[in-house]
Each structure stands twice: as structure tokens, then as C-alpha cells.
Unconditional design. Structure first.
Lengths: 302, 315
């Protein structure tokens, strides 16, 4: 890839051209918004959709909404937690490529799929990444972690960076630029996050990895070169050109994702990486477009 | 429009002008005024007729900056203090003596100014802590959103959160809001991963606030989207989609979410430090003219509220 992928449309084109069909399981499928989105991808032959959950319920709901699911394979489980367990097993044994959460609370879903489920993953390797194309910034932004780790350690954050660098490479970004976000751009021992950011930054400065990591950086400096210059950060490589935003904690990344989803002119998507297969976990505010983008993102991440 | 709630930055500035026109124009003293952005802000607000600035700082530098940046400061009271700490003490003393109603930070470290503010000899301590409120006018949201604390407490525990809420409520009252709706932040709308703050917010913070205030509605845990998303059938006693105060769990969360809204959504932003007997206004280089004017208007409303309601007794 010579040119980096810069929009979800381009991303879909790349996936269509590679002519591969991914096996995707929608778990607890009676969420009609997600079901419809997944069906669109199924009809485009980008995915082969399997439903895992209450067959009677999903039929009833689909009929009410005039959604034709007659061609889909359905594994019938009345109890949602059994559907989730089965899906997790199928993912662990390689029978499906992508998991999508349907109508099941995110907290319960994560606790079941990720924590204490050694078959599927080591929780320390797992993280969420959001992909954001916001008006006013001409690149994709990768943002982590607003949905899995509450207060990730230096070690876990480093794993997140390595994981997203691999993903960014698939987008044609050869040497991704990473900002470790903080409230300020100086190291204060009263702010543990800045000390940790400094430790991560130093670790990558000494390594031969194809990535540039800077931090602590404040949000405005990471996104705006002029703000960096005004603060005297003339040597920053990342400022104004950042690809990957690593938030200090779950509430920060979660809030940025939601603020930009709700109020900015933006296209977004998100996926959980690091398990046996990528997991798509739509949140309530995610539009159909966002859910669609999220599945595309999961396909690239496979 | 006497006591109508303030829901936008435009209404905020209009109210500041109204207060001035009713004979209660506020004096704002700038500590270490040798800062072009700050000079610009106070001159703008003076031109709009809602503050009387008093400049304390290095006269030579102030004159030069004003000239270079075409800022008209003639006719403004200027007290020459070369040393920034001298300037801070002089400015805070003016506030302590009732000669100024609010303080604005100029070219000195925030910590130096706040340390002077809390100096016992001035008797300006109010609540037990100082906290920062970022009042945002977000295009697409129907109200002002007061996000706290993105400036002072790094990782507030539940006791500190009580005080942050007390301070934020003062700002809401100055904005004439009633009821005041508070969303206590969390990534999810239920307990996740046994996060201790979620339990403390629910079991300690909420009962404290409900017992102390009659006209406050507070809920936890509330993710950001639930706090501000469109909610057509929002009930009057629900914070969902109708939040006035978003209480964050860390300085980073508050600071970074606010900055993302300023950067990508062009939210208008007014920052103020609350908890002392006078509000402290802060503006930074990256603030637009609109932000600076709104920040000063917010300080005016808070100072006026303190005085009209005699919140801190006699100074």
C-alpha cells in the first residue's frame, strides 16, 4: 500500500477488492439496528452472518420490522449468556472470524467474554480502539481505550500501542505517530499519568520499533501544531500529525469518543482487539453508519 | 430577563452587561498584567461595558505590549509592580479590601497566584478547596455544560468530589439554574470492573448532595453521552440529556474531553477557579476573543451572585 487509507469509503473499497468473506457471529441478535447493518454487509458478500441467540425472538422482531433473515444460519439459544458462551467458544476454536454483540449489556458482555475467559484471551492483551475521521483533521485518528481497561498500566498501554501500530500499518501508515494524552505537557510527579507517559515515551525512544511515541501531551498540542509551537515544543514530531491517541484512563477515551460522535462532524467506528477474534460492541448512541464502520474495522483487524 | 437561567455564552455576556447597567459593574484586578492575551480580554470586556479593569504589573512591559498589539489601555488604572509575586499580593489585597470583585490571572504561574489567594492574612478562603470549572457552550447542546474539575484535583477522592460539587453548584446558582442537574461520570451506566469511584459516588456522594441541597438532582454512574444526548422525553427530575454539571473522575478526563469539544466542535469555553470568596478568571493564549469575553462575564456573574446573596458574609 502506497497511499494511506483516509476514509471509511476507501476502507470498504479495499475490503471489496480483496474478495474475502468473513464469518461473523451476531450474539443475542434481537438488536434490530445491528442486525440490519450486518445484513447489509452479508448481502454485499463481505461477511457470512450467523445469528447466535433466541431464534423465536429474533424471528418475531425481524418479521415486525420486515427484515428477511430466512437465508441466515441461526444457532438457537434461549438464554443470552449461553449464546455468549457458545460464541466465545466458536471464536476460540477458529470457527468464526468476528464477534458482534447484539442485545446484551456491554458490561456483562465484556465481563463474560474478556475477563476470566482464558480460552478467548489474556485480558492484559485486550483493548478497545476507536477509529475517528473528524472534520478539520485530514487523517484517521485511532483512540484507545474507552471501553475495556479502566486505568491501564505502563505495560498494558505499551501492548495497546503495539497492537494499534499493527492495525495502522494495515491502513498504510508506516510509522504511526502516538500521543500519550495528559492534562499538561510536562512531567509532574503529582500527576502519575505524566510520569507514566514519560516512562512509555522513553521506552519507545530506545527501541527500534517503527513508531514515534511522545508524551505527556495535552489534547490541543497533539492535534494542533500551532498550539505546540506557541508552547515552545518545536521539536515535536507528533504535534498536529498524530495518528494514535492513548488516553490515560477509560473515562477520558470514552468521553472523547462520545463527544466527537455526538457533536463533531465525524465518522467513527470501534472494535475490541487482542482476543482470538475482533469483537464489535456497539454502544447505544452508535448510528447505523457507525455500526457498519465498526464491522469494516473488525474485518481489517482480522 | 432578570432571573432567567443562563443557557448560552451569549446570554452570559448579556447578563454581565445588564448587571453593570444596573449600577453593579464589577472591578476585575489583573495580577501580573504583562500578558497580551489578558490585556486584550479585559479591554474587550471594558469596551463592552461590563467590567472595570485594574492592572497590576510591570508598567514598562504592559505599555510595550499594549503598543505592539494595538491594545488601548489609556484610562485604565495601572499599579506598577515589577515583581510578579508583589503584583499577586497587591492584586489579592485589592480583592480582600473589597476594591476588586474578581481576580484575573496574568503572566505568572497559576500556583503562585492561588497560593497568594489562600494566604491567611487576606481571609479570602471560602470552601475547603479550590476547583476549576470549565463552562462550555457546545453547539448542538441546549444548555451550558459545566465540567469539573479539569484544573486542580488530579484524581479526586469522594471527599474532594463533595467539595468540587459544592463549588460547581455555586457557579450554577450564579447562572440562575434551578433545579441543578449533576451527572457523575463513568464509562458505563452500571458498575464495571468494581471501579471504587462508582460505588463511592453512589453510596457517599449522592446522599451527601441530596441531603445538603433542595434543588439539586444528581445521578451516577452516567456516561458522557447519556449526560448530553438528545432526550425528547427528558423528565424534569432526570439528568439524562439535561445535565448542567458533569463531574469527572480525573483532571485528565475533564481537561481532555473539554479540549476535544473546543478543538473539533468549536465549543465556547469559559474557565474559572471557584472556592475562594472571589472568583479567579483564567484565559490562555489559545482562547478565542469570544472565550475570553465569556470567561470574564462568568467571573462577573459569580462575583455578583456572591455579593447579592451575601454568600461569604462580610469580607
Amino acid at each position: 500500500m502506497s497511499e494511506a487509507i483516509k476514509s471509511f469509503d476507501e476502507l470498504e473499497q479495499v475490503l471489496l477488492e480483496q474478495n474475502k468473506r468473513y464469518k461473523v457471529a451476531l450474539v443475542a441478535p434481537s438488536d434490530m439496528t445491528t442486525l440490519q447493518v450486518a445484513l447489509r454487509l452479508h448481502e454485499k458478500k463481505l461477511i457470512e452472518l450467523v445469528l447466535i441467540g433466541d431464534e423465536e425472538l429474533v424471528h418475531a422482531k425481524a418479521t415486525k420490522k420486515n427484515i428477511d433473515i430466512s437465508t441466515l444460519e441461526i444457532l438457537d439459544f434461549r438464554e443470552p449468556y449461553k449464546a455468549v458462551e457458545t460464541a466465545s467458544k466458536l471464536a476460540s476454536t477458529g470457527e468464526i472470524d468476528i464477534l458482534i454483540k447484539g442485545k446484551y449489556h456491554s458490561v456483562d458482555f465484556i465481563e463474560k467474554i474478556i475477563f476470566g475467559n482464558a480460552e478467548f484471551c489474556d485480558a492484559n492483551d485486550v483493548h478497545h480502539v476507536a477509529l475517528i475521521k473528524a472534520k478539520g483533521y485530514d487523517k484517521f485518528l485511532f483512540l484507545t481505550d474507552g471501553f475495556v481497561h479502566c486505568q491501564p498500566s505502563v505495560e498494558v498501554k505499551s501492548k495497546m500501542i503495539d497492537s494499534i501500530v499493527k492495525l495502522a500499518n494495515k491502513f498504510g501508515i508506516e510509522i504511526p505517530k502516538v500521543a500519550l494524552l495528559a492534562a499538561v505537557e510536562v512531567v509532574y510527579k503529582q500527576m502519575p499519568n505524566t510520569v507514566e507517559a514519560d516512562a512509555i515515551q522513553k521506552k519507545y525512544a530506545d527501541s527500534s520499533e517503527q513508531v514515534v511515541v511522545e508524551g505527556p501531551l495535552s489534547f490541543d498540542i497533539a492535534l494542533n501544531r500551532l498550539a505546540a509551537e506557541a508552547k515552545g515544543l518545536h521539536d515535536s514530531v507528533v504535534a498536529g500529525e498524530v495518528d494514535i491517541l492513548v488516553a490515560p484512563n477509560i473515562e477520558t477515551a470514552n468521553g472523547i469518543y462520545k463527544a466527537l460522535s455526538l457533536f463533531a462532524d465525524s465518522q467513527v467506528g470501534g472494535v475490541i482487539l487482542g482476543g482470538k477474534v475482533p469483537v464489535v460492541m456497539p454502544t447505544e448512541i452508535d448510528s447505523e453508519e457507525t455500526r457498519y464502520n465498526s464491522i469494516l474495522l473488525a474485518m481489517v483487524a482480522c | 430577563m432578570q432571573n432567567r437561567p443562563i443557557h448560552s455564552s451569549k446570554q452570559l455576556i448579556e447578563k454581565a452587561i445588564a448587571i453593570a447597567s444596573e449600577g453593579r459593574k464589577k472591578k476585575i484586578v489583573v495580577a501580573a498584567a504583562q500578558d497580551a492575551d489578558v490585556l486584550d480580554a479585559v479591554v474587550q470586556a471594558k469596551t463592552d461595558n461590563y467590567i472595570v479593569p485594574i492592572l497590576v504589573g510591570d508598567k514598562e512591559k504592559i505599555d510595550t505590549l499594549a503598543q505592539e498589539n494595538h491594545i488601548e489601555i489609556s484610562g485604565i488604572e495601572l499599579i506598577d509592580k515589577k515583581d510578579v509575586l508583589d503584583a499577586a499580593h497587591t492584586a489579592i489585597k485589592l480583592a480582600a479590601d473589597g476594591e476588586a470583585d474578581a481576580v484575573m490571572k496574568g503572566f505568572l504561574p497559576t500556583s503562585a497566584l492561588l497560593k497568594t489567594l489562600l494566604d491567611k492574612q487576606y481571609n479570602l478562603r471560602g470552601n475547603s478547596i479550590l476547583s476549576h470549572c470549565a463552562v462550555l457552550d457546545i453547539p448542538g447542546y441546549k444548555k451550558l455544560l459545566n465540567m469539573s474539575d479539569g484544573g486542580m484535583m488530579v484524581h479526586p477522592d469522594v471527599e474532594q468530589k463533595k467539595e468540587i460539587v459544592n463549588n460547581a453548584i455555586l457557579v450554577s446558582k450564579a447562572l440562575m439554574l434551578s433545579p441543578i442537574k449533576i451527572a457523575v461520570s463513568s464509562a458505563y451506566d452500571k458498575l464495571y470492573n468494581n471501579q471504587p469511584h462508582v460505588k463511592n459516588d453512589r453510596d457517599v456522594l449522592i446522599p451527601y448532595v441530596l441531603e445538603k441541597y433542595q434543588d439539586v438532582i444528581i445521578q451516577a454512574p452516567i456516561p458522557f453521552d447519556k449526560a448530553v444526548a438528545k432526550n425528547e422525553d427528558a423528565e424534569s427530575n432526570n439528568v439524562i440529556g439535561d445535565t448542567d454539571i458533569f463531574l469527572a473522575n480525573s483532571i485528565e478526563e475533564c481537561n481532555i474531553i473539554a479540549k476535544s469539544l473546543i478543538h473539533f466542535v468549536q465549543a465556547v469555553f469559559a474557565g474559572v477557579i471557584v472556592g475562594a470568596k472571589v472568583p479567579v478568571s483564567l484565559v490562555s493564549r489559545s482562547d478565542t476573543v469570544q472565550n475570553k469575553k465569556t470567561s470574564l462575564a462568568l467571573a462577573v456573574l459569580i462575583a455578583d451572585y456572591y455579593q447579592q446573596e451575601n454568600i461569604w458574609g462580610e469580607r
